[in-house]
Design a binder for this molecule. Structure first.
Ligand code: HEM
Length: 242
């Protein structure tokens, strides 16, 4: 490869890793905030108003949530465009890859393939979620979110998103460490096994946390279905609060 091309490719690789890392940190933080529903409606209400800047400005500004959604969407777009370079480019390449995977049975190569497949699914699932976040930022709250999950059947998108995004993120972090830290020497095999165990633990943790939260939104949405559209109002909130 000519020198300038390889330098460009290295820079794109670095940018892909950095955008991936930022997205992983985002989704892990997102899971903690969003699972505040496990602590009760009031906790999720407080978190939602916090992201609308209420503690800072004295009243909620849902546009702040739209702005965050647009920023995350741009980051996803950068990451996806850079990742597209690595996708097999034709049915012939897919055939060769499938044959290759069957022959070598190399676990890390299989993990890479799982990342390609989950990455492809995320192309469709992330925009479905971000579209509602960006266009209806005022509809985030204990009842508004639960109504969306249950009455608008969004639990289907979220169940698929939950699984694919966390598989993609956990494998992504493992591959990031292998790529930039690359354990060598006699301990390399043991380090790799430890990293892989860490990856499975992180994955199990977020799937459990997300499933518990999703079931809670479904339960609240189910109980609230007859009054869908009505907003949550904590005892302490002024009239009109969501
Ligand atoms: C600023 C951007 C985002 C905001 C404000 C946001 C907010 C929320 C909220 C409030 C929920 C609860 C359900 C609802 O209200 O509809 C939720 C669920 C969820 N979000 Fe996001 N989200 C954002 C971006 C993302 C991205 C980029 C991903 C994935 C890459 C994602 C993955 C999920 C998943 C998997 C769930 C379901 C979680 C569960 O099972 O408990 N979100 N999000």
């Amino acid at each position: 490869m000519p020198k300038t091309l390889s330098a460009l490719s290295a820079r794109m690789d670095l940018l892909q890793s950095l955008s991936g890392l930022l997205l992983v940190l985002f989704i892990w933080a997102h899971m903690f905030f969003e699972s505040s529903i496990l602590l009760g409606e009031d906790a999720m209400y407080a978190v939602s108003r916090m992201f609308e800047g209420e503690p800072l400005f004295g009243k909620p500004y849902p546009l702040l949530v739209s702005a965050a959604g647009i920023a995350v969407f741009l980051l996803v777009a950068v990451h996806a465009v850079l990742a597209l370079r690595k996708f097999p480019g034709s049915s012939r390449q897919y055939q060769l890859l499938n044959r290759h995977l069957g022959v070598i049975r190399h676990e890390d190569t299989t993990l890479w393939y799982v990342q390609v497949i989950t990455g492809f699914c995320l192309f469709f699932l992330i925009p479905a979620h971000l579209y509602t976040v960006i266009t209806q930022p005022e509809n985030i709250g204990p009842y508004a979110s639960a109504d969306r999950v249950w009455s608008e059947r969004f639990w289907i998108v979220y169940a698929l998103l939950l699984l694919t995004v966390h598989v993609h993120a956990a494998i992504g972090v493992y591959r990031l460490v292998m790529k930039w830290y690359a354990p060598t020497g006699v301990q390399a095999g043991r380090t790799r096994a430890r990293l892989k165990r860490g990856m499975w633990c992180i994955l199990a943790f977020f799937i459990l946390l997300g499933t518990a939260s999703l079931l809670t939104y479904m339960r609240i949405g189910y109980q609230h279905a007859d009054s869908a559209g009505e907003r949550y109002r904590p005892a302490s909130a002024p009239v009109g609060a969501r």
